[in-house]
Unconditional design. Sequence first.
Length: 90
Amino acid sequence: MSLEPTILSIPSLSEEEKKARNKMSIIIGLILSAVVVSFYVVTLIKLQGNVAQKLILDKAAAVRQTGAIAPVLKSAPALKNTDGNKGQTQ
């Protein structure tokens, strides 16, 4: 058994093969860039949604403290009072 490393001969590519490889690399780069941008956009949208939800919940808390019920907040099921005080402050 010989322990000498074997040297693999790598064939040189023709011009057409080099162009095809370059084109494929560009396509893969564009696809990966599109994936990164789409994740970024989705993250921004989700963060903005959470900010909007926090603002709505803050408004609902203010409504509970003052006892004033706005017609818009009255119809939102997630904002209904569940503690039994019917919007009254303690």
